[in-house]
Design a protein around this ligand. Structure first.
Ligand SMILES: [Zn+2]
Length: 375
């Protein structure tokens, strides 16, 4: 058992990283893989292996435990839940990247969201990536190589994660104590996204929201009900993402105000408005990201339902993503031609692209719902 065991269904990537940690570690790595494939899990296991007393991410030595707890003095990790990773965070990393490790074998710098680096921030990274400290190892993560600047990509060794198989995800869930049937359902419905599969296995609310999304094809009877269903989908995504970030925002704002001496009657501190504004901007950016991510997940689910119907219509066979919705998929396959099912899948994927390109979510989802009625 090593910490690499948590990297689900990625034998090639694990062999590559474990080999590097045991031998020539290299100075810069780029770990790419789709959302939920385990980029950050792989980056953490690799980081642990680089510091581990036995170089294999044993999970038991002090170094491994500190890496897992996020307290290892020679590991710096940067990530963002917002839309971008700014220049200030990268400037702070430069002196760290150039310095020698204090206790560990390496100085490891993990940038989990390298795809969200602003161009200026990415440029700040170039020099230390090219000539880092003797014992420094950079580990960058992104969904694909196209998501990072070529100048960054060309300085890194590449590790590619694939979408883990349904069987591998189900096996992981069973190992985590989920019963076999729930694990199979959640692994398939999670479509290779390990975190999503875990939520579906454990969280009744997540299962209910998914079921509500998958009812949409039955709510397209008239233009009015289609628009209503579209609005319902966007509102549900807003509510879910707001629930995810609301409490945290309030706590952060309160603790910052307290630290700045604000909120105490009669006390005003000059120059603090900027800090509060900055936090609020970060929170808005994070909320936008969360709303988009939740909505995107819903659209992925919806596209898969039409895909399940298409498999039936074409008599292809193959395991459905939404096994619990087999009746709905069969009904769609009976009433809609294969060509029209393909157009519907396109409409859903087009909606995802529009939202990623900053089209207002409600507008994009309404357009999609209308296309799903007639397409
Ligand atoms: Zn260890």
């Amino acid at each position: 058992m090593t910490l690499f065991d948590a990297v689900v269904g990625q034998p090639d990537a694990v062999a590559q990283l474990a080999g590097a940690a045991a031998g020539d570690s290299g100075h810069a790595w780029l770990v790419v893989g789709p959302a939920g494939s385990g980029r950050s899990v792989a980056a953490r296991a690799f980081t642990a292996a680089l510091q581990c007393e036995t170089r294999d991410a044993c999970g038991r030595c002090a170094a491994c435990r500190e890496v897992m707890a996020g307290t290892h003095p020679d590991v710096a990790a940067v990530s963002t839940e917002g839309l971008s990773l700014g220049v200030r965070a990268m400037r702070a990393l430069v002196p760290v990247a150039l310095s020698s490790p204090s206790v560990g074998r390496h100085r490891v710098i993990v940038v989990e969201d390298a795809d969200r680096l602003t161009e200026t921030a990415a440029n700040v990274l170039l020099k230390p990536l090219e000539e880092p400290g003797e014992a420094t190892v950079f580990v960058l993560c992104a969904p694909s190589t196209e998501d990072v600047l070529p100048t960054i990509r060309s300085r890194c060794r590449l590790v590619t994660l694939r979408i883990p198989s349904v069987a591998a995800v189900a096996e992981l869930l069973v190992a985590e104590g989920v019963d076999h049937d729930t694990a199979s359902f959640a692994a398939a419905a999670g479509q290779g996204h390990v975190g999503r599969a875990r939520r579906l296995a454990r969280d009744e609310g997540a299962r209910e929201r998914r079921a509500a999304v998958l009812r949409l094809p039955q709510e397209l009877g008239s233009v009015a009900t289609a628009l209503q269903a579209a609005a319902g989908l966007v509102t549900a995504a807003d509510e879910e993402s707001a629930a995810m970030s609301g409490e945290r925002d309030a706590a952060e704002t309160a603790s910052l105000r307290e630290a700045l001496g604000l909120g105490v009657r009669g006390v005003t501190v000059r120059g603090t408005a900027g800090a509060v504004k900055e936090l609020e901007a970060e929170q808005r950016s994070r909320a936008t990201r969360a709303r988009r991510d939740v909505l995107d997940r819903a659209l992925v689910d919806l596209a898969a339902l039409y895909r399940d119907a298409l498999l039936i219509a074409l008599h292809v066979g193959g395991a459905p993503v939404h096994a619990d919705q087999a009746d709905v998929a069969a009904e769609l396959a009976r009433t809609v031609t294969a060509e029209a099912l393909l157009r519907r899948i396109d409409a859903v994927l087009g909606c995802r692209e529009a939202i990623e390109a900053n089209v207002a979510p409600l507008l994009a989802v309404e357009a999609m719902a209308l296309a799903l009625r007639t397409g």
